[in-house]
Design a protein around this ligand. Structure first.
Ligand code: UGA
Length: 457
């Protein structure tokens, strides 16, 4: 199939390259000339595992290209995918990019004689496709929906760092549409993904599935953090022991004949300094704002954000409790990215924590294997020592604070300094028994739990 993808950001580029990989003829559209040039040379403009290999391969196969020429790209195309950003503007999602693209697709559809499906992949609150995008395309094309074109909503479920794998081996393909012709074309688009679960639904339900999925994961992170705070005030409890007990519920980790299944979901039932990234904070806030427009109360979702925001304070309090005086102290930060495996620092708790420590007068030295360049952009006016060499930030420090669970920190206990100063684990990633002075979310070094997991030999 001939497919056009609007936007070469994270979702657009991954979707475009993967659809080319499964055999479609894909053209991505971007208005930025330098992005077009770079991608056509096979140089990825996003940092994502495996993307460069697939990009180069499909450019060579003539199945993937990028252009600014929308008219040429849409000629004979059967599907246009909208994958532009919908940032949160502080009150609600900003639809300006998506509206602009919808309008220009509509103008192009004026000249189309064959049926064309416009597929919305961007994350938008329920009702947006039907009430905003559809009228824009109808007006600019002069054609009613399903007369000459169809409209589908097809949310993405790509996590940074595993996005290519997530696209190539989908856990679900959600297709929201109104008319059989549209469903048929969308099913043809995804036909190479054999044996995948396809959920066909109406457009608003597809929009809602995306929010329900992300807010659910964000909620269980905040739930774990609230339980961690309860554990923190009782000197006999460690949240990790508690969570081991919760995880063992057979409805969360079913016991099969082959042994116990440990679903990936369990890793979200885990304490830490809170969720970040470009999706969870934005999506929870956007759906709260949608609820308020609908005059609905959503106290649970508001609490998810409040608990998450408070985790920064929880961690700062632990640093202050363990150092007493912060002013003039050198503090080592391990990890800046919002999660391991990415250079993305959007909404990373590390930003708020560094700002808070600087305001208390601390001197910061920070390590991250990937995210330093981006973090320097945020703290360009501050005197922070950044290094990609771990040992560089472990010298002459008063405390070590772990904020991203990068695998290279797993052996931290072998560094002599890590036995001399407090180690504050914001991800509960390190083995507490390996340190002389270990502090973690939901656990304090002054406490001990008698909990032991009995394992069968
Ligand atoms: C998230 C969802 O996982 C994707 O399914 C979704 O498609 C994507 O948002 C999106 O809306 O585009 P992403 O933001 O890349 O993907 O990151 P996650 O890996 O889910 O991490 C989000 C937050 O959850 C991070 O702060 C991370 O620290 C935390 N997390 C992640 C955990 O607590 N446990 C984990 O096992 C993974």
């Amino acid at each position: 199939m001939k497919v056009v993808v609007f936007g070469t950001g994270y979702v657009g580029l991954v979707s475009g390259v993967c659809l080319a990989e499964v055999g479609h003829d894909v053209t991505c559209i971007d208005i930025n000339k330098s992005i077009v040039k770079s991608l056509n040379r096979g140089i990825s403009t996003i940092s994502e595992s495996k993307i460069s290999t697939l990009l180069l391969k499909n450019i060579k196969n003539n199945r993937f290209k990028v252009t600014g020429n929308q008219q040429e790209a849409m000629q004979n195309a059967q599907v246009s995918i909208i994958a532009v950003g919908t940032p949160f503007d502080g009150h609600k999602i900003d639809l300006s990019y998506i509206e602009k693209v919808a309008k220009s697709i509509g103008s192009e559809l004026k000249n189309h004689s064959s049926y064309h499906v416009v597929c919305v992949k961007s994350t938008i609150v329920p009702g947006t496709t039907d009430n905003i995008i559809k009228p824009i395309i109808e007006k600019s094309s002069g054609k009613k929906c399903d007369e000459a074109w169809g409209l589908a909503m097809n949310p993405e479920f790509l996590a940074e760092g595993t996005a290519i794998n997530d696209f190539m081996h989908p856990d679900r393909i959600v297709i929201g549409a109104e008319f059989p012709r549209t469903f048929n074309i969308m099913k043809e688009l995804y036909s190479p993904f054999k044996n995948s679960l396809v959920l066909s639904t109406n457009i608003a339900t597809a929009e809602m599935i995306k929010y329900a999925s992300n807010t659910f994961l964000a909620s269980i992170i905040s739930f774990s953090n609230e339980i961690a705070s309860l554990c923190d005030v009782n000197n006999k409890i460690d949240i990790l022991d508690v969570m081991s007990g919760v995880h063992a519920d057979k409805r969360l980790s079913p016991i099969l004949k082959t042994g116990r299944v440990k679903p990936g979901l369990l890793s979200f039932l885990h304490p830490g300094v809170g969720f970040g990234g470009s999706c969870f904070p934005k999506d929870v806030k956007s759906i709260i704002s949608y609820a308020s427009e609908m005059k609905l109360k959503v106290p649970l979702l508001k609490a998810v954000i409040n608990v998450n925001d408070n985790q920064v304070q929880v961690l700062i309090r632990k640093i202050v409790d363990n150092l007493q005086i912060i002013k003039g102290q050198k503090i080592t930060i391990l990890g800046l990215a919002f999660k391991p495996g990415t250079d993305d620092i959007r909404e990373s708790p590390s930003i708020k924590i560094i700002k808070a420590l600087l305001s208390l007068g601390a001197k910061i030295q920070a390590h991250d294997p990937k995210a330093i360049k981006k973090m320097k952009g945020i703290f360009s006016n501050e005197k922070i020592y950044f290094s990609e060499v771990l040992d560089d930030v472990l010298e002459k420090t008063s405390a070590i604070v772990l904020l991203t669970a990068w695998p290279e920190y797993k052996d931290l206990h072998f560094k002599s300094i890590a036995q001399k100063v407090p180690v504050i684990d914001g991800r509960r990633f390190l083995e507490k028994k390996n340190f002389k002075h270990y502090v973690g979310i939901g656990y304090n070094s002054s406490k001990s739990s008698n909990f032991k997991i009995q394992r069968k030999k």
